[in-house]
Write a protein that binds this ligand. Structure first.
Ligand SMILES: [Zn+2]
Ligand SMILES: [Zn+2]
Ligand SMILES: [Zn+2]
Ligand SMILES: [Zn+2]
Length: 276
């Protein structure tokens, strides 16, 4: 877009500052309302098609009727180099080019040409494809969130399974501890009951012996000694047998760590992995 589009070019050359209301591409300048009047009737410019300055502003800025290098109007189209040329371009660069055409011949009916239609169709197609891709990516974005939620639940369920398994192992071990402690407790309790009985018997023998010493006749004493002696031998034998058996061994309960269990658990570096 021209840098001076907003001032009237004619007035500007007379050093009068007036805003432009139309743009003439052929003259490549803006015109105020008054100058536009002259412009539309003047013989030199009455065929020019001027447009309102607002419409001019809607056009892409890089489109110009003039050659940027020489600032002269494009007049020729060189097919060999596929470019528009001004008079000077032809002289300087395209002098030897054979396939050149007057630009006016090429541009007539361009607005209803296949080229414009094709570009319009292509634009529509590109826009449609863009829309499809955007929709697809947005769908994926939404499903990504769903998938994340599902996997989070799966991980939690996995964790619950592991916890349940460990709870079961703990429960099993506690039951085993309980059972073993009960067995060992009962063994000692039963032994204590037997020992209590023996203690009572010994006490009775002592009382009997003391009574015999005090009150029995010689014969009675003789007979009683043999009887009691027998019983005492039995008690002694019982104690000897007991002391050589395992029944008096000190019972100690302890927990033996299963090293391989902890090794296996610490060998697990993850409980799963996320695939894409
Ligand atoms: Zn003017
Ligand atoms: Zn003009
Ligand atoms: Zn040029
Ligand atoms: Zn050329």
């Amino acid at each position: 877009m021209a840098s001076n589009w907003n001032v009237c070019g004619v007035c500007d050359s007379l050093e009068i500052a007036k805003p432009s209301v139309v743009w003439c591409s052929e003259c490549d300048e803006g015109l105020c309302a008054e100058c536009d009047k002259h412009h539309t009737v003047s013989r030199a410019s009455r065929t020019h098609n001027s447009i309102h300055i607002n419409e001019y502003n809607k056009l892409p800025s890089e489109i110009s009727h003039n050659c940027l290098k020489h600032n002269e109007k494009f007049q020729i189209y060189c097919r060999k180099h596929d470019c528009p040329c001004c008079r000077r371009c032809v002289i300087e660069t395209h002098n030897d080019c054979k396939d050149i055409t007057a630009i006016d011949d090429i541009i007539k009916d361009v607005k209803s040409s296949n080229a414009l239609n094709n570009i319009e169709l292509m634009l529509m197609e590109v826009a449609e494809n863009l829309e499809k891709i955007i929709k697809d990516r947005k769908d994926n974005l939404a499903s990504l969130k769903d998938q994340k939620g599902k996997i989070e639940i799966e991980i939690q369920q996995k964790r619950i399974k592991i916890n349940t398994h460990l709870d079961q192992l703990q429960e099993d071990l506690l039951i085993e501890l309980n059972t073993i402690e009960e067995i060992e407790r009962n063994k000692i309790k039963n032994l204590l009951t037997s020992l209590g009985k023996k203690k009572k018997e010994i006490k009775e023998y002592k009382t009997t012996l003391s009574n015999i010493k005090q009150y029995a006749s010689e014969l009675q004493t003789f007979l009683a000694i043999r009887q009691i002696e027998n019983n005492v031998f039995n008690e002694e034998f019982f104690l000897e047998t007991l002391s050589t058996s395992t029944s008096l061994g000190r019972i100690v309960l302890s927990l033996e760590d299963d090293d391989s269990f902890f090794q296996t658990i610490s060998n697990f570096k993850s409980i799963g992995q996320i695939d894409v």
